[in-house]
Structure formats: structure tokens, C-alpha cells
Design a protein around this ligand. Structure first.
Ligand code: NAI
Length: 271
């Protein structure tokens, strides 16, 4: 349902690969709420992805950018403000990738070139994006920047591998840059810590099927879906959350505060 929550707002959405992507659902919902945006993804992902279909549906233009490349980011931000007709009100960073995870390297046997690559893509790209926005003074006052994260930044999930470290770094960048963006430009910066979600990135994690079922049975409200994550993101882009910043916000059906649920416990009790 449209409340026109984002009417008149302009932004950039990173990371829509296919219709399962959290960024894809977010783009659809931002469009529904009256927001205008440019879609972006890494050039290589774009060749595989179905992003054109999303662009047509939402009246958005696509500007390819590797989020680890400053020149690409500068070009993206210049073109986006030109196309959209002014400074930006919202940015979604929905990017994650670990080469160690992809290639099945265990946490205790990292290839450090791959570790560095995954760190750059999954965490430093958020700093690079914000630094480029900041230097170009491309955000409007009371704008909102959101990145997606996972609870392995705080708790141990062995198969999440080096992505756990990348997410911890990402969340720290949100706080550190959020301070400068807040005090100097009145822009808020937050991360949303989402439940396991069946997307390309999510399903790359070893044992994902068990992982997602376990989280679902442990959570008071069950796992949050990609659609629900998109809804939550809309609230952070809207003017209803103007003083929420420097936060890591759990969107996980209560999982992060659970010790054990009766459903999970029942599996360990002998009849
Ligand atoms: P996805 O695979 O649909 O999206 C990941 C995106 O990152 C893809 O569009 C990919 O092309 C993009 N990407 C990779 N390298 C890039 C680069 N160099 N430059 C620009 N873009 C690049 O998967 P999903 O799940 O929608 O991922 C979105 C975010 O949500 C990620 O940060 C992920 O870690 C996070 N997240 C996902 C969860 C899950 O279980 N799926 C749980 C919690 C957080």
C-alpha cells in the first residue's frame, strides 16, 4: 500500500541482482512510495542479472559501478544527481561477497588475497561510497544512508567465515562516518541486521538451509523476509525516522535477543 512516504525523494540503490535480492524488493517498494532512484551494480553482475527488467518496472536508469572503484563511484554520483535533478535523499548499500566463502576455504585456512578482496567489496566499499558522497556534497540535509549486515558481526556463526569480520567492519564504518555525516551534513547512517534470507549471496553460505530453519525456529516472530526488510528500509529513508542514526538495527524477528525457543528446545528433550 502506498502512503507516498518517499514522494519527492531521490536516491541510489546498489545491489539488485535478481528478483530475490533484498535491493530488488527495496527498489520496488521505494517506487511504490513515490521515490525516484538510479539503480547500480558491478558491471559483471549486470551482464548476468535481470536488472533491466527492474529498471523498466520502476522507471529507473541504470549506471554500472564497481563499488570498490572510486572513479566508478564518482561517475555514478555525478550522473545520478544529474538524472534525478538534484542532491540525494537516500542511498542503499546492499553489497556482499567473500571469495573465501565462494571457493570453500575454511575460516582457519584463509587465502589473504581473497580475504582482502571480500573486505574491500563487502565493507570498505561502504566507506568509499560515503566518502565520495561526502566530498561531492551530494546528500540533502536529513538524507538517509543504509547498509545491510548480519548478526555474525556480534555472535559466532562458524560457516559465515570471513564475512563475519567484514560485517563487523561495515557496522563500525556506519558509526564512524555517521558521526561526520550527522554533525556536518545532518545525514543519518545506519545498518540493518537482517535474518538469513534466500538470495544469491545468502545461499552461498555453507549449510544455508539448516541455518535459515534454525533461525526461523529460534525467532519469536520467525525470520524476517526480504520484502519485510525492504519495508523496514523505507521507514529509515522516510522523514519518520529523522533522529535515528549510528545504529545497527536488528530486523530478525527477535532472534538476536533469544536464548532458546521451545521449538528448538523440544528437539533436545527426550520424551
Ligand atoms: P544478492 O546476491 O542478491 O546481492 C548482493 C549484491 O552485491 C549483488 O547484486 C552483487 O552483484 C553485488 N556486488 C558484489 N560485488 C560488487 C561490487 N564490487 N560492486 C557493486 N556491487 C557488488 O544478495 P542479498 O542477500 O540481497 O545481499 C544484499 C546484502 O544483504 C548484502 O550486504 C548481504 O551481506 C546482506 N545480508 C544478506 C543476508 C542473507 O541471508 N541473504 C542476511 C543479512 C544480510
Amino acid at each position: 500500500m502506498s502512503y507516498n512516504l518517499l514522494k519527492g525523494k531521490r536516491g541510489i540503490i546498489f545491489g539488485a541482482l535478481d528478483e530475490n535480492s533484498i535491493a530488488w524488493k527495496t527498489a520496488e517498494k521505494v517506487h511504490e512510495q513515490g521515490g525516484k532512484f538510479v539503480l547500480t551494480n558491478a558491471p559483471v553482475a549486470m551482464r548476468m542479472g535481470a536488472i533491466k527488467e527492474l529498471a523498466e518496472k520502476t522507471g529507473a536508469e541504470i549506471i554500472p559501478a564497481d563499488a570498490t572503484n572510486i572513479e566508478d563511484l564518482e561517475n555514478l554520483i555525478e550522473k545520478a544527481t544529474e538524472i534525478l535533478g538534484g542532491k540525494l535523499d537516500f542511498v542503499l548499500h546492499s553489497i556482499g561477497m567473500s571469495v573465501n566463502v565462494r571457493k570453500g576455504k575454511r575460516y582457519t585456512d584463509q587465502n589473504y588475497d581473497w580475504t582482502a578482496k571480500g573486505w574491500d567489496v563487502s565493507a570498505v566499499s561502504f566507506h568509499k561510497t560515503m566518502q565520495t558522497l561526502y566530498k561531492k556534497d551530494a546528500m540533502n540535509e536529513w538524507g538517509s544512508i543504509v547498509a545491510l549486515t548480519y548478526m555474525a558481526a556480534q555472535r559466532v556463526f562458524p560457516d559465515y567465515n570471513d564475512m563475519a569480520d567484514n560485517k563487523a567492519y561495515l557496522e563500525s564504518i556506519a558509526r564512524s562516518f555517521g558521526y561526520f555525516f550527522g554533525t556536518e551534513k545532518k545525514v543519518r547512517v545506519n545498518t540493518i541486521s537482517q535474518s538469513p534470507t534466500p538470495t544469491t549471496a545468502g545461499q552461498g553460505v555453507k549449510g544455508f538451509d539448516g541455518f535459515i530453519k534454525y533461525a526461523d525456529e529460534m525467532s519469536a516472530l520467525g525470520n524476517a523476509t526480504a520484502d519485510e526488510c525492504a519495508d523496514y528500509t523505507l521507514t529509515l529513508f522516510s522523514d519518520l525516522t529523522k533522529k535515528v542514526t549510528l545504529q545497527n538495527l536488528f530486523h530478525d524477528g527477535g532472534f538476536s535477543n533469544m536464548g532458546v525457543s521451545q521449538k528448538v528446545m523440544s528437539r533436545f528433550i527426550e520424551e
